[in-house]
Design a protein around this ligand. Structure first.
Ligand code: AMP
Length: 216
């Protein structure tokens, strides 16, 4: 099953996407994770992406389409994949649709996470992430070692640069201007869209998301 996750920053796409992918027995690809790993490793991709990411701007479509093509052609994706934050502009939605057509795979579901902006700002400004495995947390202090981290050495909890107030504000504006039109694009192209209310306890949101993929 191929699932695209859409929704504003902070809606919980990453965490819920992990759970949906595990329930479906397929991998999850998050372009944000691929790009952060590239920035950390100092690769040419990372050097190109860093400035955009720190400001909360989108990385150019051509860069994302390259990542998308490479990731979808990998054999691990044969049974399906959950795509988290991979489609954020209309050209990216068009690009994904071409890549899938070339591979002869259908897009089964667009999962759209909806939540009020105040709740998002509160979530993002209280978030830390492990700098090794990228697991997000709320209510934990930056600088703490991530004791449950499976990487060696264990990661440290850090505040993402793009979770600072100016970048959060910019990411919301970018979402409205560039990503919200993707929803209309998928509607116009007859995609199957499941709207998930992303407000509430983590497990309640997971229950809604799993139901949408027939695993509830
Ligand atoms: P995320 O972890 O999904 O919040 O992504 C973090 C940042 O990576 C975004 O704010 C963008 O700068 C960049 N990024 C991730 N995915 C994309 C995408 N599909 N298109 C453009 N930029 C992206």
């Amino acid at each position: 099953m191929i699932v695209v996750l859409l929704g504003p920053p902070g809606a919980g796409k990453g965490t819920q996407g992990e759970r949906v992918a595990a329930a479906l027995g397929v991998p999850k690809i998050a372009t944000g994770d691929v790009l952060r790993a590239a920035v950390k490793a100092g690769t040419p991709l990372g050097l190109e992406a860093k400035g955009y990411m720190d400001r909360g701007d989108l990385v150019p479509d051509a860069v994302i389409l390259g990542i998308m093509k490479q990731a979808l052609a990998a054999p691990e994706q044969a049974r399906g994949v959950v795509l988290d934050g991979v489609v954020r502009t209309v050209p990216q939605a068009e690009g994904l649709s071409h890549v899938l057509a070339e591979l002869g795979k259908p897009l089964d579901l667009v999962m759209l996470f909806t939540i009020a902006e105040e709740a998002l700002v509160a979530r993002l400004s209280g978030r830390t992430v492990c700098d090794a495995c990228q697991t997000p947390f709320t209510g934990r202090t930056p600088g703490e070692t991530h004791a449950e981290c499976t990487h060696a050495p264990k990661g440290t909890l850090v505040r993402r640069k793009d979770d600072e107030p100016a970048a959060i504000h910019n990411r919301m504006a970018v979402y409205e201007a560039q990503t919200a039109p993707v929803i209309a694009w998928y509607r116009a192209h007859g995609a199957h869209i499941a709207e998930i209310d992303a407000f509430g306890a983590l497990d309640d949101v997971t229950a809604r998301a799993l139901k949408a993929v027939g695993k509830g």
